[in-house]
Every structure is written in structure tokens, then in C-alpha cells.
Design a protein around this ligand. Structure first.
Ligand code: GDP
Ligand code: IMO
Ligand code: MG
Length: 427
């Protein structure tokens, strides 16, 4: 039985949490494979709203085993707070498994994330300030500290001393900040170790055995295609690989196990932080989309930048992820527009580009070429099947589907589980 990847097709906040939660009832494991608590995934079940940051959405489905894979950057204090918050609300996290190989976000990572952003000034990335970039930087530089190091106090102390010797020089001499005390950090993290130890596992082994036994595994991406460190709008990206290829590296599941890649696509576009965004609306229409779509960050509360749907981005996402199916979210938000613009190509210095240009310089200068589809006024939030949508909304969906390079399996018309139109079986 297969593994399925769920991936954001734009710049994040497409509604991955909702889509993952919907699939949760049909799978045995839901695995986060990258990112950390820079993510904010909203799941609405009945009247209950859950904002998840590190825990996979599967934690809300009692029959699912939620897994934090080796590719995730784990801030243990944040994770424990999230577990405690859910437990208080009656959601058990006892089943949670955490990879022994996942890297830990340490206090020096959070400190460095903040000071380096300040240092960049106008060139800043607009990170979430959660220490994610420096954690992955240390992972690649081979000075990271992993979840398994929490289980060996001697090793933890040794690694901490070594890494802080350099980081404290940087913090104090370059950025004029206070140094970090290794004793205090070791004590704090060994406290976390006590809480987390029962959850630590060889998750790659567990997942591969589950697949051998015919179980479904859902690999849930955080962030999105255009925030991918390789395929996104570098350097305005996150420091991990949200694209489908990252799901293998970040979970320990081989590519031959993956049978489906589901792309989550919002019926318009949003972005948080800096970087190019061709269809961005800087006028009252952008403000209208932000209000209508409730586009404010789950993690930082920042207002999200907003713009029209961009089919060029979607085609690129289809390609680099090998997307087999799309889930289109927030169609309901577009009600009330006389015409709905859709970007079908870019004009870059007088040349038409039907695909994302090769260089960032060109992408920065991309001006959207739009088609204007007829809008609709009706409220879509009560619709439960495609036929119940107004004719123009149906036409919009079909037109978008023809531009993106993969079929649509589902449409979101509201944040709740039941506000979903299924066009074909999800699994
Ligand atoms: P994620 O990071 O991709 O999981 O997305 P976020 O949770 O950050 O942002 C998506 C927001 O849209 C959340 O507030 C969801 O509850 C909400 N949402 C998801 N799907 C739909 C939909 O189809 N319609 C509407 N109106 N809201 C939705
Ligand atoms: P979800 O999973 C939207 C953005 C930040 C910043 C850039 C780098 O909810 O879709 P980082 O803190 O990762 O080093 O910041 O990436 N970013 C997100 N934007 N949704 C997210 O997650 C994001 N996670 C990071 O705003 O521009
Ligand atoms: Mg989000």
C-alpha cells in the first residue's frame, strides 16, 4: 500500500491543514517531513479551531499515528507546549512519534535568526523568527544537535560546548548580543528530554514496516513549492525542501513507495515575508482579498500579501512535485467579483513567458498577463457538490483545471471539514 504526499503549490497557507485533516480518516500515519514551527496549519472541526505548528494534522484523528520525521526542525519547548495545549482540550498526543534523527532548534538558532534578519535591513527575508534557517544551516554544516542527543547528556553537553564556542563569538563580537550559557541550555533541554523520550523512535523503520503491512502513510508538507530552498524564489525561501522530493529525504521513505502527490492550491495567491510575487495586488482589491480570505498569519499574525490566481506558478508546481491531483481551496472567497482575473503568462521586458522564467532577475520583472473570467455573486459556503455551484463558479474551476496540468479532486468552500466538494475519490 502506498505513501501519499501532500504539498503546498504556492507560497504557503493554501489550506494544507484542512486537506491533511480530511485525508486523516483514511490513513494510518500522518508524517511531517520538513519545516518546524514556522508553519501554521489551521484545522476546523465543528466549532473547534486548532492551530498546529509542529504536530502533524493527523494528531486530531484518533486512529492516526502522527509522526515528526527526521527532516523536521524541532523546537522541543514549543512542541511540549503544543502537546500540553491539545491535551488540555481533550486531544491525546500519546501516539506521537518523533524521529531520533530530527534536528533541534536551539536558543542560539532563534537568537541568530533575529539578529541576521536585522542585519540584512531592507534585504531581509521576513522570516518567522523561529530559528529555522540557522537550524538547517547547522544541520548541513554538521554542527547540529539532534533529538537523539537528548538521550545522552554527555554527548548533548559536548556538542553544545563545541557549537556555542563559535556561536557565542558571533553573537557577542559581531552582533553585540549576550552570549548563551551552555549550562543553562543543557539543563533546559534535559528537562525536555524527560518529557519527549517516550515518543522518540526510529520513525523511518516504523513507516517502512507500516507500508510493508499495507497501511496508508500521508506525508504532510509544511510551507510550499515556492518557499523550497531549491525550487522556490531563492533567497526568499525557507531553509528546507517542502517539495515532494523532500518528503522522501525527510521521512526515510523511498520514492518508489509514493503513489500520489496531492497539490494544495488556493483559488487566489498569498505570500508572507519578502520576495517576488507577480500577481500581488497593492491596492484596495488586495485589501479586499485579505479581508474576505482572512489572510493573516497563523504563526506571526502578519497580514499576508495577496494577489490573483497564478496558473504559471501552478504549472511549475505540477512539474517539480510530480503532482497527480489538486485540491483547490477557498473558492468561496472569490464570490462577489464581476470578473475574476487569472494570470496565464508573464510579460518580462516585452517577452511573453508561459512558464516561470529561468532567472530571479526576470521573475522580479514579471508582469502578469491575465484572462478575465466571469464572476458570481452567490454564497458558495453551503454547496456540497459541484453541481450546486453557480455556472460561472463551475466555469472558473474548469478553466483553472485546464491551465494547471493536473486534475482537481476536491474544492474547498469553507474552513470546515464538511465544506468540501469532492470531484473524484481523494485516495
Ligand atoms: P496551511 O498553512 O496551508 O495549513 O493554511 P493556513 O491554515 O495557514 O491558512 C488557511 C486558512 O484558510 C485557514 O484559516 C483555514 O481554516 C482556511 N481554509 C481552508 N480551506 C478553506 C476554504 O476552502 N474556504 C475558506 N473560506 N477557508 C478555508
Ligand atoms: P505554512 O506551513 C507562509 C515564510 C516566511 C519567510 C520565509 C522564511 O503555514 O504554509 P522561515 O522562518 O521559514 O525561515 O521564513 O518563509 N514562511 C511561510 N509563509 N506559510 C508558512 O508555513 C511559512 N513558513 C515560512 O514568512 O518569508
Ligand atoms: Mg499556514
Amino acid at each position: 500500500m502506498p505513501a501519499i504526499v501532500l504539498v503546498g503549490a504556492q507560497w504557503g497557507d493554501e489550506g494544507k491543514g484542512k486537506a491533511s485533516d480530511l485525508l486523516g480518516d483514511s490513513v494510518s500515519y500522518v508524517v511531517r517531513y520538513q519545516g518546524g514551527n514556522n508553519a501554521g496549519h489551521t484545522v476546523v472541526i465543528g466549532d473547534e479551531h486548532y492551530a498546529l505548528h509542529l504536530l502533524p494534522s493527523g494528531v486530531l484523528s484518533p486512529r492516526v499515528t502522527p509522526v515528526i520525521g527526521n527532516g523536521v526542525a524541532v523546537d522541543p519547548g514549543v512542541l511540549i507546549d503544543e502537546i500540553d495545549g491539545l491535551t488540555e482540550r481533550g486531544v491525546s498526543c500519546d501516539r506521537l512519534l518523533i524521529s531520533a534523527n530530527a534536528h533541534l532548534v536551539m536558543p542560539h538558532h532563534r537568537a541568530l535568526d533575529k539578529v541576521t534578519e536585522r542585519y540584512l535591513g531592507d534585504a531581509r527575508i521576513g522570516t518567522t523568527g523561529r530559528g529555522i534557517g540557522p537550524t538547517y544551516g547547522d544541520k548541513v554544516a554538521r554542527v547540529g544537535i539532534r533529538v537523539q542527543d537528548l538521550l545522552d547528556p554527555g554527548i548533548l553537553r559536548q556538542k553544545l560546548d563545541l557549537v556555542l564556542r563559535e556561536k557565542n563569538q558571533v553573537l557577542t563580537k559581531m552582533y553585540n548580543r549576550r552570549g548563551i550559557d551552555a549550562d543553562a541550555v543543557a539543563d533546559e533541554y534535559l528537562g525536555y528530554a524527560e518529557r519527549l523520550q517516550p515518543h522518540v523512535a526510529d520513525t523511518a523503520l516504523v513507516l517502512n514496516r507500516a507500508l510493508d503491512q499495507g497501511e496508508f502513510v500521508l506525508l504532510e508538507g509544511a510551507q510550499a513549492t515556492f518557499l523550497d530552498v531549491d525550487h522556490g524564489t531563492y533567497p526568499f525561501v525557507t531553509s528546507s525542501s517542502p517539495t515532494a522530493g523532500g518528503a522522501c529525504a525527510g521521512s526515510g521513505i523511498g520514492p518508489t513507495r509514493i503513489s500520489k502527490v496531492i497539490g494544495i492550491l488556493k483559488a487566489y495567491t498569498s505570500r508572507v515575508g519578502s520576495g517576488p510575487f507577480p500577481t500581488e495586488l497593492l491596492d484596495e482589491q488586495g485589501e479586499w482579498l485579505r479581508k474576505a480570505g482572512g489572510e493573516y498569519g497563523v504563526t506571526t499574525g502578519r497580514p499576508r500579501r495577496t494577489g490573483w490566481f497564478d496558473a504559471v506558478l501552478a504549472r511549475y508546481a505540477t512539474r517539480v512535485n510530480g503532482i497527480t491531483d489538486y485540491f483547490l481551496t477557498k473558492l468561496d472567497v472569490l464570490s462577489g467579483l464581476p470578473k475574476v482575473p487569472v494570470c496565464v503568462a508573464y510579460d518580462v521586458n516585452g517577452t511573453r513567458h508561459d512558464e516561470v522564467p529561468m532567472t530571479q532577475t526576470e521573475f522580479h520583472h514579471a508582469v502578469p498577463v491575465c484572462e478575465y473570467l466571469d464572476g458570481w455573486w452567490e454564497d458558495l459556503s453551503q454547496a456540497r457538490d459541484f453541481a450546486a455551484l453557480p455556472r460561472n463558479a463551475q466555469n472558473y474551476v474548469r478553466a483553472v483545471e485546464n491551465m494547471i496540468g493536473a486534475p482537481l479532486t476536491g474544492i474547498g468552500v469553507g474552513p470546515r471539514r464538511d465544506q468540501t466538494l469532492q470531484l473524484r475519490p481523494l485516495l
